[in-house]
Design a protein around this ligand. Structure first.
Ligand code: SF4
Length: 109
């Protein structure tokens, strides 16, 4: 639905934008690990595909937005987290044409 009604989208986690870009690009080619998990939860209106699709299930519960984790607030739930993810809040950096994402491991994932 979002890619049909939006030109651009911003994906937020605990009050911070983690990915920003053209809606169809973000939905079809998510780059931030949180966006990938969100997109994997979108149901597919084809029973055969829906039965076999892989969903990325995040461990744990979302932390409190009043007291977010240090560094990347997504690190307690991210399958790709490394120690440096806790050092500082990752800034949004270019991640393609008209695209930005906030992840220190963007080039590796
Ligand atoms: S910065 Fe680290 S914890 Fe945050 S999304 Fe990227 S890999 Fe995961």
């Amino acid at each position: 639905m979002v890619k049909h009604i939006s030109d651009r989208v911003a994906v937020m986690y605990l009050g911070r934008i983690v990915e920003l870009g053209v809606a169809v690009d973000v939905i079809e080619h998510p780059q931030h690990p949180y966006t990938k998990a969100l997109v994997s939860a979108i149901p597919v209106p084809d029973p055969d595909v829906e039965r076999t699709r892989q969903r990325l299930v995040l461990p744990g519960d979302p932390p409190s937005p009043i007291n977010p984790p240090a560094g990347c607030a997504f690190h307690p739930r991210c399958a790709h987290a490394v120690p440096r993810c806790r050092d500082a809040v990752p800034p949004l950096v270019p991640a393609g044409p008209a695209r930005e994402a906030a992840c220190v491991r963007l080039a590796e994932l």
